[in-house]
Write a protein that binds this ligand. Structure first.
Ligand code: COA
Length: 171
């Protein structure tokens, strides 16, 4: 499945040929700074291989490679929640630093939100940003997500406590 956003930007499956580019763009502390620790930093070739293999095995197509000007530029996807939360999903995304501030993630969020809602019959997609991560919050707001609240001391990373912003898009 591919989602064509415009002539420069599309969402498609991760493929083996992306391995080197993935490792190159993901191996960046600026990218990792506000992501969970499960996003490796440093990001090795093995990490890239594992991510691509995982996606190739996945049957549910919940994660896309963001392709910009023919290059793998980042990743966007959802994790569908369990139990009574099964109609909700958490949205996550990142872009290689070379691709920041071109409006790319805003367009990707706008594209995947209705797509995932329809595909998986979801009622809520949420994202929690580190409150300092103004860029991410701004992108979510531009894509129609609403700030629902501030989660005090939501995250602890590299010795620092961070508040979180809970954003959601509901139908
Ligand atoms: C967060 C991230 C995906 C944003 O991607 P992006 O494509 O650069 O974002 P966009 O260009 O679509 O939108 C960013 C908006 O924030 C604005 N912005 C950036 N820094 C800002 C600041 N300090 N204060 C106010 N607005 C700011 C930009 O101007 C832009 O808005 P505009 O288009 O109205 O000018 C990218 O920075 C990234 O990958 N960061 C590392 C990983 C990460 O933090 N992921 C999110 C975890 S929740």
């Amino acid at each position: 499945m591919e989602i064509i956003i415009n002539t420069q930007l599309k969402l498609r499956a991760w493929k083996t040929e992306d391995k080197q580019q993935l490792q190159r763009i993901a191996n960046n502390q600026h990218v990792a700074k506000y992501l969970r620790e499960r996003f490796p930093s440093p990001y090795t070739m093995n990490d890239a291989e594992r991510w691509i293999t995982l996606n190739e095995m996945g049957l549910d197509e919940t994660h896309f490679c963001i392709e910009y000007d023919g290059m793998a530029a980042g990743s966007i996807g959802i994790d569908i929640q369990l139990d009574v939360h099964k109609q909700t999903a958490e949205l996550g995304y990142w872009l290689g630093e070379d691709f920041w501030n071109k409006g790319i993630i805003t367009e990707c969020i706008k594209a995947v939100t209705p797509y995932f809602i329809n595909k998986f019959e979801l009622k809520r997609i949420f994202a929690t940003t580190f409150s300092e991560n103004v860029t991410s919050s701004k992108a979510l707001e531009k894509a129609g997500f609403k700030l629902e609240g501030i989660l005090k001391k939501h995250a602890f990373k590299n010795g620092i406590d961070y508040d979180g912003n809970m954003y959601a898009y509901t139908v």
